[in-house]
Design a protein around this ligand. Sequence first.
Ligand SMILES: [Zn+2]
Length: 96
Amino acid sequence: MKSKLFDFGKIVEGVYYPGTFFIGISKKFFDGMKYSDFTQDEMATFVHEYIHFLQDISTVAGGMNYNHKAKLLQLHFSMFQKMPLLICRLTLKTAE
Ligand SMILES: [Zn+2]
């Protein structure tokens, strides 16, 4: 039997959008859900994304990300005030 250090088939997808305090995880949530309803792999993904959140609230880079997103939102609101019919697509993703 071949031992695997890391099984890619069990990866639970997760995402953290820098500067937004928003974590996404590919798991169905339900009312009354508890941490014990997470599998070990789902919890690993959640903890990984939660660490990104902690980086966002505890580092200079995180503060800069938040400031950037806040300014971007402020810019969009001022554009909507001047041009209410303007269609502007907002994304949580940071430009890569
Ligand atoms: Zn990551």
